[in-house]
Ligand binder design. Structure first.
Ligand code: ADP
Ligand code: MG
Length: 352
């Protein structure tokens, strides 16, 4: 995939919110990084400090992309993939995120699996989706033989990752953006900033309060908008307030094609190698860390309502699950805390 030009400066805006303290203002900037649109918003009394912090945050995202990008010739993930069958020494960060990815695979019973790459490649969702193709069952079955997170070996002392079979490949596409948001927040904090919001596409982490003294108000994208918009991410069905938390949404509407009346999308079931057969169309997860929300949103989507709700509740993690009939299920702690704007969506109580 052709990588979008890094550092495309889209927007620098200065916002002043009424009721804010003496001189605190919001500074916001967007760039294209990790093949997607990233926005960092910081609250600061000093424009210079704000710009410095924003630059640090973006630098961190760019650095991680350099290590983790599946499509890049010289990333560490590409080195690990090319060397499948023997161990490869990697940086602390790459080791850290792969460990985290394996941990999420374990707690989701493999619904999230970072070794899904050989199957993902067959589907070509990252390429031109206007000429969709469905891989043959044989091709999928062959690729699936190499999909199993239990075949990843990690040697912490030697800082090595070992894909134990030739043909195995890692794809951190379901966790890297949330992880990058975590790391960018750390970078911004290290600059002495007391409130910020980092969005790597739909994987967002906030800390502190906005200049009005409130949490960050965010919208959840409408997975089935009634009209086609040029800016679909602005079409939201609900809003909520984020305080010192991360949030991610996964759904079947971000990258998909429809063939013979069936929707095919980029979240695959590691058991079948086909788009997950799920009763969900969108899953939003809210938790302290972005790598958790990013990967769990994908996993819960694959698991479906029953197993997904059970997993979230057992971990004490918040979720907004949207079913195919537009019914919304909320984990217990979230009830009453989300504002549903679109009457086509209705919150119902979940009883297992
Ligand atoms: P998005 O990238 O749109 O935010 P997700 O966070 O749900 O969506 O991640 C989907 C990406 O993760 C896919 O594009 C693919 O690269 C990878 N992926 C697909 N299915 C799985 C899965 N079951 N487990 C882990 N990664 C997956
Ligand atoms: Mg995700």
């Amino acid at each position: 995939m052709k990588r979008a030009a890094a550092c495309l400066l889209i927007m620098i805006s200065l916002a002043f919110i009424s009721g804010c303290t003496e001189r605190d203002r919001m500074y916001r900037e967007s760039r294209v990084l990790m093949d997607t649109f990233c926005t960092i918003t910081v609250v600061s009394a000093s424009e210079e400090k704000a710009r410095e912090a924003i630059n640090r945050g973006f630098a961190e995202i760019e650095r991680l992309d350099g290590l983790l990008n599946y499509f890049s010739e010289d990333s560490e993930i590409t080195a690990v993939n090319r060397a499948a069958g023997r161990p490869v020494r990697v940086s602390r960060e790459t080791l850290d995120i792969v460990k985290k990815a394996v941990h999420i695979s374990e707690i989701t019973g493999g619904a999230f699996d970072p070794t899904i790459a050989p199957v993902v490649s067959l589907w070509k969702f990252s390429k031109d989706i206007s000429a969709p193709s469905i891989p043959s069952r044989d091709a999928v079955a062959t690729a699936l033989r190499h999909v199993d997170y239990r075949k990843i070996e990690i040697n912490t002392a030697a800082s090595e990752i070992y894909l134990t079979e030739k043909g195995m490949e890692l794809d951190l596409g379901g966790i890297a953006k949330g992880y990058a948001a975590d790391r960018a927040v750390e970078a911004v904090k290290a600059e002495g900033i007391k409130a910020a919001l980092v969005a790597v596409a739909g994987d967002i982490r906030g800390f502190g309060l906005n200049p009005s003294g409130q949490g960050w108000r965010l919208g959840i994208q409408d997975p089935r908008p009634e009209t086609v918009s040029e800016r679909p991410w602005e079409d939201v069905f609900a809003t909520l307030e984020l305080r010192d938390r991360a949030i991610s949404t996964s759904g079947d509407y971000q990258r998909f094609f429809i063939k013979d009346g069936k929707r095919y999308f980029h979240i695959l079931d590691p058991v079948t190698g086909f788009p997950a057969e799920t009763d969900l169309i969108s899953v939003t997860v809210i938790a302290p860390e972005g790598y958790v929300t990013d990967s769990l949103a994908t996993a819960v989507f694959v698991l479906g309502v029953e197993k997904g709700m059970k997993l979230l509740e057992s971990m004490g993690i918040d979720g907004v699950l949207v079913c195919a009939d537009k019914k919304i299920l909320l984990t217990e702690h979230l009830r009453g805390k989300i504002n549903i704007l679109n009457p086509a969506y209705q919150a119902v109580n979940y009883s297992p």
